[in-house]
Design a protein around this ligand. Structure first.
Ligand SMILES: [Zn+2]
Length: 113
């Protein structure tokens, strides 16, 4: 069982959190211009490193806030303290507006009448 140090609530068991996938995935600035292949790559292609991996977690049974943590995929240990998302700069704040699972979809030009 992993213990995650929520920056808002303190140490909590992993079962209080949900995994949110790879961190630092920026929403495309030109989403309406992407081809289906490019959109699919943005939605589904993620790194799968052997070692350090920055990832998102959300404290669903607590404060319901998103965190970014670096985890070593070999040892399954967190190697950095969790960072609260949306509190340290404009890029994080922009990413805080969406969840990794619920990415807002902008209709493509060919989908519009
Ligand atoms: Zn929390």
């Amino acid at each position: 069982m992993l213990i995650i140090e929520c920056p808002h609530c303190g140490p909590r068991m992993e079962t209080e959190f949900h995994y949110g996938g790879q961190a630092d995935i920026a929403y495309p600035a030109d989403a309406a211009e992407l081809t289906d292949a490019e959109w699919g790559r943005f939605l589904f292609y993620r790194d799968n490193p052997r070692g350090q991996f920055r990832e998102r977690w959300v404290h669903t049974a607590g404060c319901r806030r998103w965190l970014t943590i670096t985890r070593d995929t070999l040892s399954n240990e967190f190697t950095t303290a969790p960072e609260a998302v949306g509190t340290s700069g404009t890029e994080n704040a922009r990413e805080d507006d969406r969840s990794p699972r619920g990415v807002a979809h902008s209709p493509r030009k060919e989908d519009q009448p």
